[in-house]
Design a protein. Structure first.
Lengths: 293, 896
């Protein structure tokens, strides 16, 4: 890992003194570095790159590749990384979920090469997937939980909660219903229909929406949602900036305002003080340090 | 019509043998949402890519579903709300857990080509987040396999000329994912650019719904091939119907059938089966049903009732409006869309009689066999017009009063003509001996008088007798052009008075009396008419160094006739000397085409500027060899080129810089759309070519020799300037108001830049490389068509100024004007040994001043001034040169 630079950027006047970025840290991990997230203890960054799935210790800048292919990864406080990976068997796309224990450098198979209708959902309390029209949960790592989980299923939202499932299409047909996630207090769901962000209650009633807002992520305290507003020309991304919306009053704050960077796919640190995202234009990762007042 | 034996075939049951069940495929109709943010109409010709992509995708979906696949569509409409962000597309395709992602587009990489793109390096496809089963973390060679199947299918289905594949890391030069759809895709992904929609013939073909259907077959079939399914037991037959009677009025690739006008209102029938294709009809697609259950309905064709044929509609599926023709777009695909395309899909193997009908053309019939040898069969055809031949254009105009007697008579016919019949039916009165010259298509007849001239000041009547003249299908001439054959063509004109003046050097390059700062110039003499070159002219011209002892400078001679005037060029083969004076001689004995012969020599002085810098370094960016077409793009391939009807570049081996020993120049032909005011042409140097990689900066001079076309249109250079806020910078505009060779220089040291909106920032910032030549149409002049030649694109780094003493005339002298006698223009030259105030005036024989030519301070040197007597009467005039060294006079004789 090469540490490029640290920039101080004060946007106090721009952000009405509510949310401001006080520091931008630029990290370079090479080609096609995407989908960064913090570990549960905030000590590590996880991301995918040309080389595969990686975790990076922020305190000593040490990067380790834990898998040749990985997505939807998370690392718990014990250093265990759960992630999805794919394979092709007889030209058919198979899903697997793995667990890599970084302390002992050992990988365990949770789901092995299953042909599934939708991609498995990895949560902190288990891996959910749909098989034979039933929601299944694998509890290798976590105890059973009643906490609801939401998945994007066949252009609808599949909410599994308290052992029961329901399918919602709160905006009707012909929507993607992508990037769904349940709020930390389990009372709401955020998703993107095709291009716009929606927040609904657990019964599918729309609470609010934001135009042209994608890749939403709840803040750990559930008070904020970070998202990106990207644009493209049908071939390539041409711009994107990171925003946050305060759930309470739907007030939107623009965190980045750069012409030479394309910031995408924000993700919160566990303490809610930082956001990590991609800079697609320069193939870098950015850590935005926030001041929220 | 050729009668053929019809082989009757038993009907076969076209049951699909392909089985894609269990496969889940994601089909993305590229771009999306017909709104202001959508891709604009291409070339203003009515094609919208988002709509075209959707059409294909819907048909692909239908075919793949028929073969059992599960298909997930990114969109099924083209409303404003159907624009899908690339990031959402990646997320949806991943969520759907598909086996493949394919995105459908239509703008390949120039020419009439097909392009397949995939994630990764060219030849080395990658999936970003990897695959556990790949031999190396993220390789997926299957993407290349499918690209090859699909690319080759598309070439066969659409008659594109070649296919190439590329990884987006390489193709866009990004070194990583450039295409947004691939960046977050966890499954194999491909993107087809079926054809190059910026190529006009493709733009029109793409508007034919059946062309899109064949395109969709090519895409769908590739999946069956990739998954190892057996070949369908039927085939598609497609073709393009054109006529050689007419060339297209838009851009086409030389040497291809696209040169000829497609016929839109075709009715094509295949038998057995009596399947009928109507080129002129309205079609809608919501769910395409392959043709095997879609035999066209309707009454038999009545060739005598074309209106009824034209008004009969064939509808595939229902007429469900799926919004793709919103915003006023008319989806009447076949009609007047310049494509002539037809398709019969899902034909059983066998031999067919294919009957072609179109209003205004003779019916034709071909025998076509389709077999299991391939899936996409092509049968193009040219149809012959049944309209009687007529004279489309002619020169002189009817009743022209002063047609130059030495100019040819040119008749341009609508059809290929029977040349013997034309000669038999031709007469001219009074009688004249004429030489008949036909062009290669026997459509243009040029009549030259024996002895180079008709009688002067004579009224002629030219007649083509309809009874004797007919086209290649024996229709009698339609002399008055009313659409009905059988009437004579009559042309009356009167010839001009005779030419009694010998040829005159009207101008020079470098110009008269100018200091010149290039050491190896191409010396040009511009005559006011054609100089008779019979017997050679080479010994009539000479370049002599006159400073010190006279020395003849070695040159290579060449001559050109442009717009009815001769240009003589002497190419210097070695450097001239700074500060030295040279004389450009043209010797007596030059004749025009009417035996008017010059009786005296003409000379013009040329002084090489003593301040001409020496160059520390010469970077040859392009010497223009035989490979110009590889290095330079066809102008239409650049998105910056707008409102150009036709343009192309060629390696040319006739108009070259002999001085540098060049064997080739680059010829650029262009034709702007004169109905538009914002016509712009960019002749782009391929960024991947070695010349475009050659770096320079703003410490020197960018220059090229240009053989001008005299149109007055504007020319400039463009260079890439990646260090600045703009991506490129351009030179000021240089008017193309000259013919013959001229060196055009952009001195980058001055920092003077033009403006290229949204591209340049007006300053040269750092390391540069060449981008393009650019030409802008000056619509006020109206010269929308021209041909330029380019030689020796160099970047010169000055090393300083060689201090050289300039040769100064010793005496104060004035030369005899030339020509003399003159009418109405003559040149007066003189030498000044010292700086002086100069007054050069012309007086008549009575001492009255009739013109003041010079009244200013001039530095020492040799000067030449043109005097135009204009309306002055014939007679003797005095040129009087007055300085503080005295007064010199010369008599001049004006003869009108």
């Amino acid at each position: 890992m090469k540490k490029i630079a640290v920039f101080l950027m004060l946007f106090a006047t721009l952000l009405s003194a509510q949310v401001m970025v006080t520091e931008v840290q630029v990290l370079d991990f090479g080609r096609n570095t995407i989908k960064p997230v913090f570990s549960d203890d905030g000590q590590y960054l996880l991301f995918s790159s040309f080389e595969g799935g990686n975790y990076h210790k922020l305190s000593d800048n040490k990067t380790t590749t834990f898998a040749s292919a990985a997505y939807d990864y998370s690392m718990d406080v014990d250093g265990k990384i759960r992630y999805r990976t794919d394979s092709f068997v007889d030209d058919l796309h198979m899903n697997s979920v793995m667990m890599y224990d970084s302390k002992i450098n050992e990988t365990t198979v949770i789901i092995d090469k299953k042909r599934l209708d939708i991609v498995p959902k990895i949560t902190e309390h288990g891996v959910y997937y749909l098989e034979d029209s039933k929601i299944k949960t694998n509890n290798v790592l976590a105890k059973p939980s009643a906490k609801p989980v939401v998945m994007s299923y066949n252009r609808s939202l599949l909410i599994h909660s308290y052992g029961t499932s329901k399918i919602l299409k709160p905006l009707g047909e012909d929507k993607f219903y992508i990037w769904p996630s349940v709020s930390p207090d389990n009372s709401k769901v955020v998703f993107v229909d095709i291009n716009d962000l929606y927040v609904i209650d657990m019964n599918g009633n729309v609470i609010f929406n934001i135009k042209e807002a994608r890749a939403p992520k709840w803040s750990p305290d559930g008070k904020w949602i970070a998202f990106m507003r990207d644009s493209d020309d049908g071939h390539a991304f041409i711009s994107s900036d990171i925003y946050v919306v305060r759930v309470e009053d739907q007030k939107v704050f623009k965190l980045t305002d750069t012409e030479d960077r394309i910031e995408m796919n924000p993700s919160w640190s566990p303490d809610g003080t930082q956001i990590v995202c991609e800079d697609v234009a320069n193939d870098k990762l950015l850590i935005l340090t926030l001041s929220i007042r | 019509m050729k009668k053929i034996i019809i082989i009757l075939l038993s009907l076969v049951t076209l049951i699909s043998a392909q089985d894609l069940s269990g496969k889940k495929l994601y089909i993305n109709a590229g771009h999306g949402g017909h709104d202001s943010g959508d891709r604009p109409p291409i070339n203003d010709a009515g094609y919208f890519e988002a709509e075209g992509n959707l059409t294909r995708a819907l048909v692909v979906e239908t075919i793949l579903k028929k073969w059992g696949a599960t298909v997930v569509m990114s969109r099924r409409h083209n409303r404003s709300s159907d624009g899908v962000a690339l990031s959402s597309l990646g997320s949806d395709a991943t969520n759907q857990n598909c086996d493949w992602f394919h995105s459908i587009h239509t703008n390949a990489a120039g020419g009439n080509s097909t392009l397949m793109l995939y994630s990764g390096f060219t030849g080395d496809p990658r999936i970003n987040n990897g695959l556990t089963t790949s031999p190396s973390s993220n390789k997926f060679p299957g993407m290349l396999t499918l690209s090859d199947f699909m690319g080759n299918n598309l070439v066969a289905a659409l008659q594109t000329t070649f296919y190439k594949h590329a990884g987006d890391y390489t193709f866009y030069g990004s070194g990583d994912n450039y295409l947004g759809v691939f960046r977050y895709l966890n499954i194999p992904g491909t993107l087809s650019e079926s054809s190059f929609h910026d190529y006009w013939p493709n733009t029109y073909r793409l508007q034919n719904l059946d062309n899109r259907i064949n395109d969709a077959w090519a895409i769908a079939l590739a999946f069956a091939q990739y998954y190892g399914e057996p070949k369908p037991q039927f085939a598609n037959l497609a073709g393009i119907v054109r006529t050689k009677e007419l060339k297209t009025n838009y851009e086409y690739i030389d040497g291809t059938d696209d040169e000829y006008q497609p016929i839109d209102s075709i009715v094509v029938t295949v038998n057995p089966g009596n399947r009928i294709y109507y080129g002129n009809r309205t079609m809608y697609i919501d769910s395409y049903t392959p043709q095997w259950s879609q035999i066209t309905t309707g009454s038999p064709i009545d060739p005598n009732n074309w209106a009824a044929v034209d008004n009969r509609y064939t509808t595939l599926g229902s007429s469900y409006n799926y919004d793709y023709y919103m915003n006023g777009y008319n989806n009447n695909h076949g009609y007047n869309r310049n494509n002539g395309f037809y398709l019969f899909d899902s034909l059983a193997y066998g031999t067919y009689e294919v009957i072609y009908n179109a209003p205004g053309y003779w019916p034709d019939t071909l025998e076509v066999t389709v077999s299991s040898a391939k899936f996409f069969w092509t049968q193009n055809i040219f149809m012959d017009s049944s309209v009687p031949p007529f004279v489309r254009s002619f020169s002189p105009a009817n009743n022209e009063p002063v047609h130059p007697a030495w100019e040819p008579i040119v008749l341009s016919f609508s059809h290929e003509m029977d040349t013997t019949a034309v000669r038999n039916g031709f007469s001219i009165a009074p009688a004249a001996d004429l030489i008949f010259n036909w062009n290669s298509t026997n459509k243009v007849l040029t009549l030259n008088a024996v002895g180079d001239s008709l009688e002067v000041e004579t009224s002629y009547t030219l007649t083509l007798e309809a009874d004797s003249i007919f086209g290649n299908r024996h229709q009698n001439l339609d002399g008055n052009g009313d659409g009905i054959g059988g009437d004579d063509f009559v042309l009356e004109f009167t010839t001009s008075p005779p030419d009694i003046y010998p040829p005159l050097v009207a101008d020079y390059f470098p110009p008269r009396a100018a200091k010149y700062d290039d050491l190896q110039p191409i010396i040009s003499y511009f005559f006011d008419e054609i100089v008779d070159s019979t017997g050679g002219l080479e010994d009539k011209f000479e370049l002599i160094r006159t400073s010190g002892t006279d020395i003849t400078i070695p040159t290579v001679f060449d001559m050109y006739v442009i717009n009815g005037k001769t240009i003589i060029s002497l190419f210097t083969t070695e450097e001239l000397e700074r500060g030295k004076r040279y004389a450009r001689w043209s010797y007596s004995g030059l004749s025009d085409l009417f035996n008017n012969v010059t009786e005296s020599d003409q000379v013009s002085s040329l002084l090489i500027d003593s301040d001409t810098p020496w160059y520390a370094d010469t970077l040859i960016i392009d010497g223009f060899g035989s490979n110009s077409r590889d290095i330079w793009w066809k102008p239409s391939a650049s998105g910056s080129t707008v409102n150009v009807l036709e343009a192309d570049r060629y390696a040319n081996n006739t108009v070259v810089n002999h001085g540098s020993g060049s064997a080739y120049s680059m010829k650029l032909y262009y034709k702007f759309d004169s109905s538009k005011s914002d016509c712009f042409l960019r002749e782009y140097m391929d960024a991947g070519s070695a010349p475009a990689q050659r770096k320079f900066n703003s410490n020197g001079i960018l220059q090229t020799w240009v053989f001008g076309d005299g149109t007055g249109n504007l020319f400039r250079f463009a260079v890439d300037d990646p260090s600045g806020t703009g991506t490129s910078e351009v030179s000021p505009w240089y008017p193309l108001d000259f013919t013959g060779w001229k060196l055009i220089k952009w001195d980058l040291r001055d920092g003077e830049c033009g403006t290229w909106p949204s591209v340049s920032d007006g300053t040269l910032n750092g390391q540069l490389n060449f981008d393009s030549f650019q030409i802008e149409y000056v619509d006020s002049l109206g010269n929308n068509e021209g041909t330029l030649y380019f030689e020796d694109l160099w970047f010169l780094t000055p090393g300083g100024v060689a201090v050289t003493e300039t040769d100064i005339p010793v005496d104060f002298t004035m030369n005899q004007n030339y020509p003399n006698p003159f009418n109405p223009t003559t040149a007066i030259s003189y030498q000044l040994p010292t700086d002086n105030h100069v007054n050069l005036s012309v007086f008549d024989i009575h001492g009255r001043r009739v013109a003041t030519l010079i009244n200013e301070a001039q530095s020492a040197g040799t000067y030449s001034v043109n005097f135009n007597a204009g309306p002055l009467p014939s007679g003797v005039y005095i040129a009087s040169l007055k300085t503080n060294m005295g007064v010199l006079n010369q008599k001049m004789l004006l003869v009108k």
